[in-house]
Design a protein around this ligand. Structure first.
Ligand SMILES: Cc1cc2nc3c(=O)[nH]c(=O)nc-3n(C[C@H](O)[C@H](O)[C@H](O)COP(=O)(O)OP(=O)(O)OC[C@H]3O[C@@H](n4cnc5c(N)ncnc54)[C@H](O)[C@@H]3O)c2cc1C
Length: 431
């Protein structure tokens, strides 16, 4: 009798433990399925660069990879197998592959023949257009280490071809983009004594400039030309920028900021680079544009002022300000929320449509709450028409209104770089 009682206790406790795990597992799976559906509906499921390729036969659904991902939210478990849920957030660190106990994950681009966002290149990253090279994330591989290695490798290749430009108007190489890839290319051009010019629509630093303040950047050892090896595995955004900007100063790098390249054409013996700031000539061109694209502008008077920004990097730096956030997508809502949470800002959201749509559930709920509490004023059906030093003008259903304003944050989407490349004649995997 006693042993029957004991066994019943054991079975009950075991069943309770199993049941609680089962319920937890089912709950996580349900959440992951709905996250995946949400990501698909927002177009956020597809990765931009390299991503985890999961062998579903080997995968045991243990979720170690989900926990190992430094960006979080990228992976989830669906029907007992690891799945890419929010591919857009994947930076390609490969920590998931390192953590997987059964070796079910490799990190790569998948079948590039099916990818219409991966340019066709030879082993030196030269496109189908002779002397037009690609370096860094634009070629499909993210991470600063890859950007530096490719920027360096492409210039080694160009320097290995003995011909040099004799015409001072025609550079040996023109580099488009001053991110880690373009900057490494420029430093290597200095090392090889090539004549060069870097053009960037923003400024030196590339995507690193866009990271949130004090972000910890994970790195693998890599050598920057004329600097040496970056040996630490973690740098703060500010530390890393200091290195790049220090090198720019030390070698007086020939970088023209604020110049957007709009096309590249072939001439008899060189390439012609068209930009919003004139035309440039070079024997070789390295496209180091990254994959994040160009923020879409409003095209209104006053937009070029320094108070207009296309990214919120440090919400805490804004206190007691009149701020206008333009847009109705997730980025706009997240920025408006971040600014409103400071508690001292007067935050207005201007959106050209009559209601928000395709927002992440969390953001949709948050913005309704902030509007209801009076922390954000939303002006729907409105468009910015003019930006001045201390005010902005909006058109609201045909009526003109004026708001006091210190800063404008524009989230009107971006133009991916692929159309520009197609215009130049670069071929892609999917074509
Ligand atoms: C939030 C976030 C976190 C990340 N964290 C890490 C991390 O921890 N570790 C890591 O290794 N990587 C990280 N990455 C990835 C890393 O930032 C990129 O892989 C790297 O910056 C790519 O370098 P790149 O030089 O190829 O391009 P980018 O850094 O994107 O630079 C491209 C440059 O080209 C310019 N440009 C674009 N179009 C034009 C045009 N038409 N005319 C003129 N200029 C143009 C842009 O203004 C930009 O300056 C992160 C990325 C993001 C978004």
């Amino acid at each position: 009798m006693e042993s029957f009682f004991l066994w019943s206790m054991v079975v009950t406790v075991c069943s309770a433990i199993f049941l609680s795990y089962f319920i937890k597992f089912r709950r996580h799976q349900k959440q992951d399925i709905s996250r995946k559906q949400e990501a698909i509906s927002l177009g956020a499921d597809k990765p931009l660069a390299q991503y985890p390729l999961i062998d579903v036969i080997k995968c045991i659904g243990c979720a170690t990879c989900v926990k190992a991902c430094p960006e979080q939210e990228v992976l989830g478990i669906v029907f007992g197998k690891s799945t890419v849920i929010n591919g857009l957030k994947c930076i390609g660190h490969g920590k998931c592959a390192d953590a997987c106990p059964v070796g079910a994950i490799t990190v790569g681009l998948g079948d590039v023949k099916d990818r219409d966002d991966i340019p066709v290149m030879n082993e030196f990253n030269e496109t189908v257009i002779p002397n037009l090279y690609i370096a860094g994330e634009l070629g499909g591989f993210a991470l600063i280490k890859n950007a530096i290695s490719q920027g360096t490798m492409v210039i080694d290749r160009i320097a290995a071809i003995p011909q040099r430009s004799k015409d001072p108007e025609i550079k040996d190489v023109l580099i488009v983009g001053a991110g880690p890839s373009g900057m490494s290319a420029a430093l290597n051009a200095v090392k090889h004594k090539l004549s060069y010019l870097v053009l960037d629509q923003q400024g030196a630093g590339g995507t690193i400039l866009q990271y949130p303040r004090k972000k910890i950047v994970l790195l693998q050892p890599v050598e920057i030309p004329l600097y040496g090896v970056l040996t630490k595995t973690e740098y703060s955004k500010e530390e890393l920028l200091d290195i790049w900007l220090g090198l720019k100063k030390k070698y007086s790098l020939n970088i023209k900021a604020g110049v957007k390249v709009t096309n590249i054409l072939k001439a008899d013996n060189h390439l012609i680079v068209e930009s919003q700031d004139g035309v440039f000539h070079a024997r070789n061109v390295v496209l180091a544009l990254g994959r994040r694209g160009t923020p879409r502008k409003l095209g209104v008077q006053g937009e070029n002022s320094a108070k207009v920004m296309y990214k919120l990097i440090d919400a805490e730096a804004h206190q007691n300000e009149n701020v206008l956030v333009v847009g109705g997508g997730d980025s706009a809502i997240e920025a408006a929320s971040g600014l409103a949470f400071q508690g001292t800002n007067n935050v207005t959201l201007s959106y050209r449509k009559s209601q928000f749509f395709r927002l992440k559930k969390k953001n949709a709920e948050r913005i309704q709450e902030l509007i209801a509490n009076g922390q954000v004023r939303a002006i729907m059906d409105s468009q910015v028409t003019e930006i001045n030093e201390d005010s902005v003008y909006l058109d609201v259903k045909g009526r003109r209104g004026k708001l006091a304003n210190d800063f404008v944050f524009v989230f009107a989407g971006g133009e991916p770089p692929f159309d520009l490349l197609k215009k130049m004649g670069v071929k892609f995997g999917g074509n």
